[in-house]
Design a protein around this ligand. Structure first.
Ligand code: F0G
Length: 379
C-alpha cells in the first residue's frame, strides 16, 4: 500500500514559490499598505487533510477534511490573526502589547512580539492553561501574570488596562485579529476549488467562527466562490453560553482553551450561525475526548482537546441524521459529493498532560526480551 506520492526530484524550475505568510498571500483582502511593516513567522498554508475514517463514518456522499491549524508556527490558528495585529501595532508606533488568554493567544502574541521587538504582557487564569502554552509565553519573554479568576475576568481586566495605558490589546476584539484569521477560510476554498458545504469549528471567545464567516463572505462577494458554507460551531457543554443564551459564571470543561463563559464575539457568532443557516451546539467532555483519541489513533493527528470539539460535533450531528436532512432540505442531490471541513485549532503537544491522562501509562520492565515481547503481545 502506498501512503504518499513521492515528490519529483527538486529542480529549481519545479519548486513552488516560497510561502511568505498570510499577509503576503492575501494582501488584497487585508487592511495593509506598503507602509505596513510585515511581522511574520510564515504562518498559514496549513494542510487540509482528507479523513478516510470520518468520511466512512458519515457515508456517501460526505467527504470530510481536517484543516490542521496546529501546524502554524506557535501551534495554533492564533498566528494568522497575530501576524496582522502585531504588524499593525508596529505600524502605529506601539511599544507593548497586552492580552488575556486561555493559552494560545498568549503563546502567539509573545512570539510575534518577540520578533517585532515589542514588550508583551499576558494575563492568564491561574492554574487553568495547558503547560505547553505557559512555557511558550514565558520562553518568548512575556510578562505573565496568573490571575485568581477565570478567562472572562482576565479579559475585563485587560480591556480596562488598555484604556489606561499606551499599550495595544491583541485579543480578538482587536479587529486586525479577525482580519488575519479569515485567511483560513480563503485557504480552504483555494484548495477545494470551492467553498465546503459545511464548516465545523470549536467556539470559545467566538472570534474564529466570526473570522471564518467573514472570510467566506468576502470570497463570495469577490467572485472566488459560488456558494457559502453552513457554519456549525461547538462549545463545551459546561462552557456553552451561546447555546444556553446565558453568561456562564463558572465555566467548566477539560478543554481549557474554550473554558469561556462570556464570549467577546457572542453577537457576531450568532450572526454567522443565522446568516449561514447553521447552528451552535454543545458537546460533552466525553464526546470531546472520544474525538481527540479518534483523531490521534485513526487519522494520525495529535490535536489539543478544544480542537477535537469540531469533530465531536461532527459525529454527534451525523448520528442524529442532521447532514442528510440538511442536504435534502436544500434540494441538493445526495449523489453529489458534499464537502465538510473541521478546523483543528491547536496542536496536541500544547497539552501533553491531557494525553497522558487519557491513555494507560507505559509499563516498566527489566531489559529482558522475553518479558518485553510477552507484555506487548508478541509471541
Ligand atoms: N481552539 C483553541 C485551541 C483555542 O485556543 C481557542 C481560543 C479556540 C479553539 C476558540 O476560538 O476563542 O476564537 O472562539 N483560545 C483563546 C486563547 C481564547 O486565549 O488562546 P475562539
Amino acid at each position: 500500500m502506498t501512503f504518499a506520492t513521492p515528490s519529483p526530484s527538486t529542480g529549481a524550475a519545479s519548486r513552488p514559490a516560497a510561502w511568505r505568510g498570510v499577509i503576503d498571500a492575501y494582501r488584497s483582502f487585508l487592511p495593509v499598505s506598503t507602509a505596513t511593516p510585515l511581522v511574520t513567522l510564515l504562518e498559514g498554508n496549513t494542510p487540509l487533510i482528507y479523513s478516510k475514517v470520518l468520511s466512512q463514518r458519515l457515508g456517501e456522499p460526505f467527504h470530510v477534511y481536517l484543516k490542521f491549524e496546529g501546524l502554524n508556527p506557535t501551534g495554533s490558528f492564533k498566528d494568522r490573526g497575530m501576524t496582522l495585529a502585531i504588524s499593525k501595532a508596529v505600524e502605529s508606533g506601539a511599544r507593548a502589547v497586552l492580552c488575556a488568554s486561555t493559552g494560545n493567544t498568549s503563546a502567539s502574541a509573545s512570539a510575534y512580539a518577540a520578533k517585532a521587538n515589542l514588550r508583551s504582557l499576558v494575563l492568564i487564569p491561574r492554574g487553568a492553561i495547558a503547560l505547553g502554552k505557559l512555557s511558550q509565553a514565558l520562553i518568548h519573554g512575556a510578562r505573565v501574570v496568573a490571575v485568581d479568576g477565570n478567562f472572562d475576568v482576565c479579559l475585563q481586566l485587560v480591556r480596562a488596562m488598555a484604556q489606561q495605558h499606551p499599550i495595544t490589546l491583541v485579543n480578538s476584539i482587536n479587529p486586525f485579529r479577525i482580519e488575519g484569521q479569515k485567511t483560513c477560510a480563503f485557504e480552504v476554498c483555494d484548495v477545494l476549488g470551492r467553498a465546503p458545504d459545511f464548516h465545523l469549528i470549536p467556539v470559545g471567545n467566538a472570534g474564529n467562527i466570526t473570522a471564518h464567516w467573514k472570510g467566506y463572505r468576502e470570497y463570495h462577494r469577490g467572485g472566488r466562490i459560488a456558494s457559502l458554507p453552513v457554519m456549525l460551531g461547538f462549545q463545551a457543554r459546561g462552557a456553552a453560553p451561546i447555546v444556553s443564551g446565558r453568561v456562564v459564571k463558572v465555566p467548566k470543561t477539560i478543554a481549557t482553551a474554550i473554558r469561556i463563559g462570556n464570549p467577546a464575539s457572542w453577537q457576531s457568532a450568532l450572526q454567522a450561525r443565522d446568516e449561514s443557516g447553521g447552528r451552535i451546539d454543545a458537546v460533552s467532555d466525553r464526546q470531546i475526548l472520544e474525538a481527540y483519541q479518534l483523531l490521534a489513533q485513526h487519522d494520525g493527528l495529535f490535536v489539543e482537546p478544544a480542537s477535537a470539539a469540531s469533530v465531536a460535533g461532527l459525529l454527534a450531528l451525523a448520528r442524529g441524521g442532521y447532514f442528510r436532512r440538511d442536504l435534502k432540505r436544500r434540494g441538493r442531490r445526495l449523489k453529489d459529493p458534499a464537502l465538510l471541513v473541521c478546523t483543528l485549532t491547536g496542536h496536541g503537544l500544547k497539552d501533553p498532560e491531557r494525553a497522558l491522562k487519557s491513555i494507560r501509562p507505559p509499563r516498566t520492565l527489566p531489559p529482558q526480551i522475553e518479558a518485553i515481547s510477552k507484555a506487548v503481545g508478541l509471541r
